[in-house]
Design a protein around this ligand. Structure first.
Ligand code: NAI
Length: 333
């Protein structure tokens, strides 16, 4: 019996990489029935809203979605659809694994860490206003409830995945109340997990340490904005945004996507690397209990990336998005 999953192609490179994922999962005989819905600019013209009711009802009903990137206009225009989806379904944990691929030469060949990003508050609350002309205020909301549950998520994830250390990242030297609360909650939670080492680190130092000695990290626990920035940095450590997947997880719902955005600079050119979204699909398959299919897709993707001639342009190859997908299909065991 196939499991129903909401499929949001997204915009920019979204439709191209979504087609690649659908092709590979079909060939891998994933037991999935896609329920397609548009969101963002794709939905705005025909439906008059970026988040149509039918989409929201489908996610609520089917619990799991696979989302392509969605453009958020800079400075003006509609609010982020990505942020709205995370808040609407209380997807409080954004899990972004960063792992080197043995076959891909990068500065570091032995990185295996995971970013755990709080996904519902911080400066993403969207509460901004102009106090007087020339002065704006943007509210950073940090709550004890959200800090404790994301800290708990990080420690539980560490324990379940045989990881040994959680590093809480903050700027509590400057934001003594907001980041101070985040750090205090992480410290309190750490007391319940004596089998997992705990440390904290100021965010600017963390950025430097990640570039110089990423192997010293295991699980990074961050607020929303720091988590967003640091996970792009982590993607860069292992070969770029074309490779890095993410999962937005709540108590009842989950949305799987790539870390990257809609990449307007290469949209429509058939150049996008679908690996990040394929790896997100692998995470989704495991979440759905289809570990057998997940293993086959992961192995096939790694086998293709191991052959330089079959790589996409961001990794120095010549393959188009669809050629890459066909190579993965051919490599499926
Ligand atoms: P971006 O992640 O779309 O692109 C950054 C750079 O990485 C670009 O040079 C792009 O060509 C490259 N890149 C990204 N994905 C790639 C892939 N799969 N293969 C090869 N190269 C890839 O970031 P940018 O340009 O800052 O944002 C563009 C739009 O995406 C914005 O509207 C932003 O709000 C949105 N966005 C959406 C996200 C989501 O849907 N979850 C996440 C991040 C950004």
């Amino acid at each position: 019996m196939p499991q129903q999953v909401v499929l949001i192609p997204g915009d920019g490179i979204g439709p191209e990489i979504t087609a690649a994922v659908v092709r590979v999962l079909e060939a891998a005989e994933a037991r999935i029935e896609w329920v397609r819905h548009a969101a963002g600019a794709e939905a705005l013209a025909p439906e008059g809203t970026t988040l149509p009711d039918a989409l929201m009802e489908a996610i609520d009903e089917h619990k799991t979605a696979r989302k392509g990137p969605i453009t958020t206009p800079v400075g003006t225009g509609f609010a982020s659809v990505n942020v709205a989806l995370r808040k609407s379904f209380d997807l409080y944990a954004n899990l972004r694994p960063t792992r080197s691929l043995p076959s891909l030469p990068t500065h570091w060949g032995d990185i295996d860490l995971v970013v755990v990003r709080e996904n519902t508050e911080d400066l993403y609350s969207g509460l901004e206003h102009e106090v007087v002309p020339g002065v704006v205020e943007s509210l950073k909301i940090i709550t004890e409830r959200a800090c404790l549950r994301i800290a708990e998520f990080a420690f539980v994830h560490a324990r379940q995945n045989k990881r040994h250390k959680v590093t809480a990242v903050h700027k509590a030297n400057i934001m003594k109340l907001s980041d101070g609360l985040f750090l205090d909650c992480a410290r309190r939670m750490a007391e319940n997990y004596s089998d997992i080492a705990f440390e904290d680190m100021i965010v600017d130092n963390t950025a430097m340490q990640l570039v110089m000695r990423p192997q010293r990290f295991d699980v990074l626990l961050l607020e929303n904005l720091y988590g967003d920035i640091m996970s792009d940095l982590c993607a860069g450590l292992v070969g770029g945004l074309g490779l890095s997947p993410g999962a937005n997880l709540g108590a009842d719902h989950a949305i799987f996507e790539a870390v990257h955005g809609s990449a307007p600079d290469i949209a429509g050119k058939g150049q996008a690397n679908p690996t990040a979204l394929l790896r997100a699909a692998v995470m989704m398959l495991r979440h759905l209990g289809q570990g057998d299919v997940a293993d086959r897709v992961r192995a096939a993707v790694e086998q293709v990336i191991a052959q330089p001639a079959l790589r996409t342009r961001d990794l120095g190859g010549e393959a188009s998005t669809s050629q890459f997908a066909e190579s993965v299909v051919a490599a499926l065991a």
